[in-house]
Design a protein around this ligand. Structure first.
Ligand code: PMP
Length: 429
């Protein structure tokens, strides 16, 4: 496939930007080939610098739930920008955002805005440590919570091992207080809390995992988590950076009927501009500066232009019926993909929730990190390129979730499934 301009720009980028990209997964390392440079997006579609059009299932890794360049979002951004880009002082827009977030997620009594998901989780966990006076953070294998040092930990072999850093530049001491357990495994949680319950400051998780492809939790896992955190006085942190306003208007917490103590948000709440947030119980939030001893701050926190994009997005997302339509789109997409794979005789499975989905080159949808890893990566790689050639842009890694927007309609689904039919046939041969 001719990607002349993308190739040219990538060559230039390699000289001045490490790996040619400003975030690693954009480099196509897992699938090979040249990353596509985009010049424009409209609704469900993106156009690359060579003038080729694609149906986009990445949507900037989740934020663009209304599709690209939505007219109302762009208008809100332009109007706000014309009145000043930033003040570093309170604005009414931030208050409006805080009121909207707390009204739609009942577990949020108070909320503070930041500028990325990484910052939201880092701040929430500092707060949890400050509130409890304890140090240990529990996370789950395959869950990503941004690139704060102490969260860049992969699991050791045993279930209860203390972590080893995943990245160079992270001292072992920094991750020594981070414990990694298996996702969807309540027995491991019970065992850890029985042994170390009084030292655990917080348990953080993606309530639906979207960073090891797409892994649904069991209700039992969530219920055991909530019970153990309450019993032992640990703070339960739902990282809803990806799932918030993406799987349901009430978040994963509302879907599963679990009330976390703190929640982190990002992606959709910024509508494509940098906004993150963390919030929850008032008694915990009261420990934050300037009220309390836990420091947290940001020059551009609550930036009015970014918040305007988020507000314009959230108002539409919170309208009745939005998630019924979005959920139907994802369900139809994955059902169609499964049928095409079955017709081609390829081992394949899928899952979806709201506007998020996953597909796997294995016969059953995974429940754990180990199962997610156990899929046919070579088949994924070939499928990715076969789809790209046919104008469908999927995440360039087998371990990322996919996203649909309200701009994905019947025509886009039909075109995607017809591309998939041809792609499955190609990779089988
Ligand atoms: N938490 C989760 C669940 C995420 O998916 C991500 C990003 N993919 C982050 C945190 C980090 O967010 P950001 O990239 O905005 O820093």
């Amino acid at each position: 496939m001719a990607l002349e301009n993308s190739k040219f720009l990538f060559e230039r980028s390699l000289a001045r930007i490490p790996g040619g990209v400003n975030s690693p997964v954009r480099a196509f390392g897992a699938v090979g080939g040249t990353p596509v440079f985009f010049r424009e997006g409209r609704g469900a579609k993106v156009i690359d610098v060579d003038g080729r059009e694609y149906i986009d299932y990445v949507l900037s890794w989740g934020p663009l739930i209304l599709g690209h360049a939505d007219a109302q979002v762009v208008d809100a951004v332009q109007r706000t920008a014309a009145r000043g880009l930033s003040f570093g002082a309170p604005t009414e827009l931030e208050l409006e955002m805080a009121e909207l977030l707390t009204a739609s997620l009942p577990s949020l009594e108070q909320v503070r805005l930041v500028s990325s998901g990484t910052e939201a989780v880092m701040s929430a966990l500092r707060l949890a440590r400050g509130f409890t006076g304890r140090d240990v953070i529990v996370k789950f294998e395959g869950c990503y919570h941004g690139h704060s040092d102490f969260l860049l930990v992969k699991a050791g072999s045993g279930a209860l091992t203390f972590g080893n850093p995943t990245s160079a530049g992270v001292p072992a001491d920094i991750v020594a207080k981070t414990v990694v357990l298996e996702y969807n495994n309540p027995a491991h949680l019970e065992e850890l809390f029985a042994r170390h319950g009084s030292t655990i400051a917080a348990v953080v998780l993606e309530p639906v995992a979207g960073n090891m492809n797409f892994v649904k939790p069991t209700l039992e896992f969530h219920q055991v988590l909530r019970r153990l955190c309450t019993q032992h006085g640990a703070v339960l942190v739902f990282d809803e950076v990806m799932t918030g306003y993406r799987v349901a208007a009430e978040g994963a917490q509302g879907l599963f009927g679990i009330t976390p103590d703190l929640t982190t948000l990002g992606k959709v709440i910024g509508g494509g501009l940098p906004v993150g947030a963390f919030g929850g119980r008032r008694d915990i939030m009261a420990k934050l500066a300037p009220l309390g001893p836990v420091y947290q701050a940001g020059t551009l926190s609550g930036n009015p232009v970014a918040v305007s994009a988020g507000l314009a997005t959230l108002k539409r997302v919170l309208a009745p019926g939005f998630f019924d339509r979005l959920g139907a789109t994802s369900a139809k997409l994955v059902a169609g993909l499964e049928k095409e794979a079955r017709d081609a005789g390829i081992a394949f499975s899928t899952a979806s929730l709201g506007g998020m989905f996953g597909f796997f080159f294995r016969s059953a949808a995974p429940r754990t990190f180990a199962e997610a890893m156990d899929s046919d990566r070579e088949a994924f790689k070939r499928f990715f390129h076969a789809m790209l050639d046919r104008g469908v842009y999927l995440a360039p890694s087998a371990f990322e979730a996919g996203f649909v927007s309200s701009a994905h309609g019947e025509a886009e689904l039909a075109a995607t499934l017809s591309a998939a039919r041809a792609a499955f046939a190609e990779i089988r041969s």
